[in-house]
Design a protein around this ligand. Sequence first.
Ligand SMILES: C[S@@+](CC[C@H](N)C(=O)[O-])C[C@H]1O[C@@H](n2cnc3c(N)ncnc32)[C@H](O)[C@@H]1O
Length: 221
Amino acid sequence: MAGDSLEEYYRARAPEYEQIYYRDNPVRRAEIDAEAKRLAELVSGKSVLELACGTGYWTRVMSQTATRITASDIAPEALIEAKRKQYGCEVTIVEADMFAHDFGEILFDLVALGFWFSHHPRQEYDRLFDVLTRRLKKNGLIWMIDNNPPAEGSAEMSCHVDEFGNNYKHRYLSDGKPFVILKNYFSRNDLEEILGRRFDLCSLVYGQYYWSVVLQPSGTV
Ligand SMILES: C[S@@+](CC[C@H](N)C(=O)[O-])C[C@H]1O[C@@H](n2cnc3c(N)ncnc32)[C@H](O)[C@@H]1O
């Protein structure tokens, strides 16, 4: 199952994961920094539920201005890294499978999901959209970021496309351990079409290396 190997991959990769944010590429760095600035403004004064928070890179960005954050991930190895960070607001770190955990009765102003959408099977978007909206307050917002192909370098070739159009790639840890993971890429039009089925697009930033969206469930305004 792709999902199982994806979890295994990120568990193994947790200690080296944040290197992706510090590669020596000024354009890439500028896109991440610009997104961090937009995100800090977006979450100002808000409560946040972060799903698949990983090592807490975006958690720390949001904590500069958010009122409180529940940051969750399925991988204990990633959460060890997240717990090492210092945050600017109250952050509760929870080990949770976002598809199984209910996060209690509390509703949030914003749900954040970084670098997950590209790993999610195309035939299961409704399941993901349910998870993103379930714990959202009325008029709440969803933020997502993910990458475009140049962010991964040309060496990482696709190895397979399944019957749903999901793309699979080889990935290697720094010790050479190989994985095959589901990794889809999206044009601006793809994003508008897929996300527009359930959400109003409050913003869509489509950069060279990254894209980000702010969404609101359709019909809630
Ligand atoms: C590409 S990383 C993104 C980490 C972080 N959001 C970021 O942007 O730096 C994907 C994360 O999803 C987590 N993950 C995988 N399956 C998950 C699930 N079912 N529920 C919650 N987190 C999951 C992995 O452990 C990993 O930390």
